[in-house]
Design a protein around this ligand. Structure first.
Ligand code: PNS
Length: 166
């Protein structure tokens, strides 16, 4: 059975992420969506919240499960019998993603499969979604309905929290 991992911070999960997960699930027999922490990013949602949101969104695909991971992705792959890492690729990601794929292959031999991001989501990233939401823009086109509502509520509660601290 071929098993792939779709890793990411998914903060929050976007239509672009879900498109890549779905396409991976059509290629391999089992997909593990691994929710990790990108140490260079300031998270909007706790890891457990991201797992909960992804689990709900991925319930429509019977061969997809969602797990939390910490530490090195290659160690998660080894511990979970993962054959391949599957990632969506935007033009802007290429250099960094290539570097990570080569580092991961060097570490344990695990290879990375890149799926070109669907054109309609090529400009969408969680970081930009967080920025747009924080500055009061409409993020509903880029996220599943419930995730968009949670994102806007989280951003609003942060604004309120910050205002109360002044
Ligand atoms: O959605 P993101 O923020 O691009 O996800 C990045 C993530 C979490 C998949 C990446 O940072 C990662 O793999 N982190 C685990 C730590 C690790 O293995 N680092 C070495 C990468 S070569």
């Amino acid at each position: 059975m071929t098993r792939a991992v779709c890793p990411g911070s998914f903060d929050p999960v976007t239509h672009g992420h879900l498109d890549v997960i779905h396409r991976t699930a059509r290629i391999v027999e089992h997909v593990v969506v691994a929710v990790g922490t990108n140490i260079s990013k300031n998270a909007l949602f706790a890891p457990e919240e991201r797992v909960e949101m992804l689990t709900e969104e991925c319930a429509q695909w019977s061969n997809v499960e969602v797990r939390l991971f910490g530490g090195l992705l290659v160690e998660f792959c080894a511990a979970n019998d993962i054959d391949v890492i599957s990632k969506g690729l935007r033009a802007t990601d290429f250099g960094y993603e290539l570097q990570m794929a080569q580092m991961n292959r060097q570490l344990t031999g695990v290879d990375t499969l890149f799926l070109p991001t669907a054109p309609q989501w090529a400009f969408v990233s969680s970081s930009l979604v967080r920025e747009v939401a924080t500055l009061g823009g409409d993020v509903t086109p880029f996220l599943p309905e419930k995730i968009a509502a949670r994102t806007m509520a989280r951003v609003a509660s942060r604004h309120t929290g910050a205002a109360n601290q002044m």
